[in-house]
Ligand binder design. Structure first.
Ligand SMILES: C[S@@+](CC[C@H](N)C(=O)[O-])C[C@H]1O[C@@H](n2cnc3c(N)ncnc32)[C@H](O)[C@@H]1O
Length: 213
């Protein structure tokens, strides 16, 4: 059993990030960023004027959208992450970052946007609130946006004590899990397609990306 409780672990992580000893997620996965963006950008059109990046981290996707002329909002649960996003994007226009730990109680208050990113954040909700609530949050988010980019984690360790119903690190099984759940939660007329696979970090070789439109 760990001697540190979650609150203490969180404080240590936060201090390490502020001291720049521990890198931010998007810095750790930076070698995959160009591949991830290459899957996303062709799906964006000139009619897509606004974006909400949920779990934006240091704002790499948010800023790419702002550079396309979109009004871009990034939200994240951790204040040091948001502070870093603000700092690295301080010279950009049409971009805003907010400290917002998104949960089921406030998901309905999110603004409507043309595009929403839920990239590698769904497993945090699954871990904290359980799988059913996490998918219910995704359903509500999908209802507020024209295009939802969705990237789930591939390994069980990311989901905490809860084991999602797919074979760990197995692409076809993750496809099946994602499609099954979207079929269950999406309203009529929405469709889902897989955009591709990119490299991940630590225990995971890859993560898969999907688009709901
Ligand atoms: C694995 S990183 C993914 C970052 C980015 N979306 C990407 O794919 O490159 C997950 C991010 O979601 C944030 N996060 C975790 N729980 C959240 C919540 N409840 N509300 C908003 N952001 C959250 C974390 O702080 C972290 O920056």
């Amino acid at each position: 059993m760990s001697l540190l409780n979650n609150d203490m672990k969180r404080k240590i992580k936060k201090a390490a990030r502020i001291a720049r000893i521990k890198p931010f997620y998007q810095e750790q996965r930076s070698s995959a960023f160009a591949d991830r963006w290459a899957l996303i950008e062709p799906e964006l059109s000139l009619q897509d004027r606004s974006v909400l990046d949920i779990g934006c981290n240091i704002g790499q996707f948010t800023s790419k959208c702002a550079d396309r002329g979109m009004f871009a909002i990034g939200i994240d649960a951790f204040e040091e992450v948001v502070a870093r996003a603000v700092k690295v994007n301080r010279d950009r226009r049409n971009i805003a970052f907010g400290w917002c730990p998104l949960g089921p109680e406030i998901v309905d208050t999110l603004p409507q946007t043309d595009v929403t990113f839920c990239m590698s954040v769904h497993h945090y909700w699954s871990r904290e609130h359980g799988e059913d609530v996490a998918w219910e949050m995704i359903a509500r988010i999908a209802g507020k946006t024209g295009k939802l980019f969705f990237e789930p984690a591939s390994s069980y360790v990311r989901y905490g004590d809860h084991q999602p119903e797919f074979l760990e690190n197995d692409g076809p099984s993750i496809d099946d899990y994602v499609m099954r759940n979207f079929k269950r939660i999406l309203t009529r007329g929405r469709s889902v397609k897989k955009l591709g696979v990119t490299a991940s970090i630590r225990q995971e070789a890859f993560r898969q990306l999907y688009l709901v439109s």
